[in-house]
Design a protein around this ligand. Sequence first.
Ligand code: HAM
Length: 458
Amino acid sequence: MTLKTNPYKGTRDLFPPDKRVLDYLFSTMKRTAQSFSYEPYDGPLLEDIELYRSKSGEELVNDQIYSFHDKGERFVAIRPEMTPTLARMVAQIHRKTPLPIRWFSIPNLYRYERPQRGRLREHWQFNIDIFGAPENMGEVEVLQIVLALMKNFGADQSTFEILINDRRIVNFVFGKLLKLDQDKSSRLYKMVDKYKKISPDAFEEGLSQIGLDGVSKENLFRYLALDSFDAVFEFLEQMGGLEEKNNLIGFYKIVKNLKIDPYLRYDPTIVRGVDYYTGIVFEVFDKHPDNRRAICGGGAYANLLQIFNGPPLHGVGFGLGDVTLKDFLVSHKLLPDFSQNKVDVYLSAQTSEGLPRVMELGHRIRSRYQDIKVLTELRPINAKKAFSNGKKYKAKFLALIGERELSNNEVQIKNSKDKDSISMKLSNVKDIIHFFHAKNPSNDYLDDSEDANDKEKS
Ligand code: HAM
């Protein structure tokens, strides 16, 4: 049998150019999380399936989970999301840890989905969560992180928006206004979640199956037409949802004060697919017409620790997927070019006698300045080929050892930008690095304070 080389459906092989992109996404995520003093955590890829059964929502558990019985007859799931693992971990330590707990993670997750643009079976998801923050403050901090992250990727208000709703408002409309029981309410949740994706006829059909008509149906459509914070405040006032109105006003006042309200839009169809959310919920949407998909989703959840007999500890967080983020960055031309491995210094020799010299020089540069990316050519090549390779690797500097340099114990260093070139003694790594630095002052690898090493060798 000949095996196919392609990866399992809906997963990706990450070749170096793909991995360079992913590393860039991850490092920007980490930098952003750490700038808010969030700490990294991680958990296992496998969990007891029960962890997802109670709160992750029907779609995730019934249709999308990868599960199997292990050799010890335990029913195991591959994690489709990180939040239940996080809650399990927080349940172990929250009594002995100062609150709020601010954590982040970038796990890979598996969901059995129909692969399509923005949806795969394996994706990486940046998770930010805060536990034990005062009501609305955690919500707002988490939104500030979303905005900082998008800014760090170069995105501005013209490229994305954050759609906001509050689960307590949805519960008020479905429960108090429409008087739906638990079962009908969760059916309607699912329909509203897909409201923008399904046809009006299919939506109407769903409503009649639930038995929604007359005034209830009118009220539902009034709710679904709300398109601003002011409109929802007025609606709640008229319908007697004063507590729900005050909750949202409390949140809105803070975001307005912080001037982040222009990024936010009230959207009644944001209800979130999973069951555990209890307050503010949100999704970040790409404004590009090719990607009308959520880049990120999250919200507040008060009771997740209760499945471990823990207290109601207020949690807020979001998950942001690498697939949708990359689509977003590509569509808005915000993704830097990672097609080629970039090096700082490209070393080559024209003769095989020169090769040990360039390898030795590479070794000495690297052992003193670990942040410099040095690539050593392992075969002798002529100067023309060395220049074209240097270009290919976008090398800032070329170091060449030809016949002349070999007999003089020198190396010729060329700066790719201004083509300036200088010959230096091979033993004098410090001067060589000085030359790099003088030509490229943004590189901070030069430490002038010490020099025993070089003196000793020269
Ligand atoms: P979620 O809405 O299921 O939330 O996923 C969050 C984000 O992960 C989505 O907006 C999307 O960018 C990405 N994503 C989800 N499924 C896929 C997929 N099959 N392929 C590619 N990307 C995908 C959660 O998972 C919550 N646990 C987030 C959270 C953290 N809530 C609070 N804390």
